[in-house]
Design a protein around this ligand. Structure first.
Ligand SMILES: [Zn+2]
Length: 142
């Protein structure tokens, strides 16, 4: 893969997803921009897209399956942070409330990014009623 500009878009063939790749941000974090790093980041995003697709294929009543996939996504968010050279931090995760069937408030959680706050809708089939468990899990992985 040849470096064309500092900001490049990876286009994934699965679905309509476009992943933006920022080589200067990577360098700022002390990571060299190499084809291997690009591929590693892209592969983690592919994993994320597969989790989203698997969740989309489920019904909102498939609670155990949805929650198992949501837990897997937490691990993927940490993997992304590490590959990008960031300190693993669940307060900086931004995909957990965007998963299919999640009913937690999108903009509240987007605004809470970087803060130790998660806005959970008690009726959410994935996060409702399990705030303490998911927090515990995030601490275990961190
Ligand atoms: Zn939710």
């Amino acid at each position: 893969m040849e470096l064309i500009s500092d900001i490049e878009a990876f286009t994934l063939t699965a679905g309509a997803f476009i992943e933006y790749y920022n080589a200067s941000l990577l360098k700022r974090n002390g990571i060299e921009d190499t084809p291997e790093v690009r591929e590693a980041i892209l592969n983690i995003h592919k994993k994320r897209h597969h989790i989203f697709a698997d969740m989309r294929a489920l019904k909102s009543t498939d609670i155990n399956e949805l929650r198992a996939l949501a837990d897997k996504l937490v691990g993927v968010e940490y993997e992304l942070q590490i590959e990008w050279g960031f300190t693993p931090d669940s307060n900086m995760h931004s995909y957990w409330y965007q998963v299919p069937h999640c009913e937690c408030p999108y903009s509240d959680n987007r605004d809470a990014w970087g803060h130790n706050v998660k806005h959970i809708d008690g009726k959410c089939p994935i996060h409702g009623g399990m705030e303490s468990n998911s927090e515990k899990l995030m601490k275990l992985i961190a």
